[in-house]
Ligand binder design. Structure first.
Ligand code: ADP
Ligand code: FDM
Ligand code: MG
Length: 209
């Protein structure tokens, strides 16, 4: 008998300040409180060697050409693949703060960076079971605490990113576009309900590449 249930791979994407990190943490906490084995993963993972290079780039302490930094972000996901797969097989649900979609979106909005070229090195990474795209109205976005000093933290980039995420959401299955203007608790309730359903739905299915 194979009684082992696998965990679900759940990704939260969205523009800056849409509440991704807040919601990822709350989702993991609520799942754990319901005795669901769950863990938080975030990309970029700045704790690895590659992640350190990415951190320097984001903090504008180094310059890399657009192609090179794109591949670094992707490599930062590849270096975590084995560990993520092992955890999923052990029954741990992974809640992921940004994934390949951020990688593709933030790079492909740059001049001379083709969407297809940006997508290619992501192929073969673990395929999420569910992707939440958190969206914000312009009005709500203006109310959230100010931009920091990192690269990409400016209105022009964020507008392009928001549009590119929406374009992407129209082409994908397994995506849930969640308006995130409401309170932290309101948004959390929606995510938790859908996540719990998805975890039950995929527990006997194989992990996808
Ligand atoms: P992200 O990870 O998407 O950049 P964060 O979770 O870090 O977003 O949230 C950005 C800021 O907005 C934080 O100060 C957070 O406390 C606040 N915030 C998050 N969700 C909400 C919400 N639903 N309503 C109001 N403020 C929020
Ligand atoms: N980012 C994030 C990318 O450009 N590519 C990626 O693959 C990923 C995962 O890094 F500006 C960008 C998106 C954002 C920054 O910020 C990371 P946070 O605050 O750590 O999510
Ligand atoms: Mg965040």
């Amino acid at each position: 008998m194979n009684g082992m249930r696998r965990g679900a791979l759940i990704v939260i994407e969205g523009v800056d300040r849409s509440g991704k990190s807040t919601q990822c943490k709350k989702l993991v906490d609520s799942l754990k409180a319901m005795s669901v084995n769950a863990d938080l993963v975030r990309f970029p993972d700045r704790s690895t060697h590659i992640g350190g290079l990415i951190d320097k780039y984001l903090k504008q302490k180094s310059h890399l050409c657009d192609e090179a930094i794109h591949l670094m972000f992707t490599a930062n996901r590849w270096e975590k693949k084995e560990e993520m797969e092992r955890l999923l097989k052990q029954g741990v649900t992974l809640v992921v703060d940004r994934y390949s979609f951020s990688g593709i979106v933030y790079s492909s909005i740059k001049k001379n960076m083709k969407l297809h070229w940006c997508q290619e090195p992501e192929n073969g990474l673990l395929r999420p079971d569910l992707v939440f795209l958190l969206t914000l109205s312009e009005n709500e976005m203006a109310k959230r605490p100010n931009f920091g000093d990192e690269r990409y933290e400016n209105t022009e980039t964020q507008e392009k990113v928001a549009k590119a995420f929406l374009d992407m959401s129209r082409e994908q299955g397994d995506w849930e576009v969640v308006p995130a203007d409401g309170t932290i608790e309101d948004v959390h309730k929606v995510l938790l309900e859908r996540a719990v359903k998805k975890i039950a739905e995929v527990e006997r299915k194989s992990i996808r590449n």
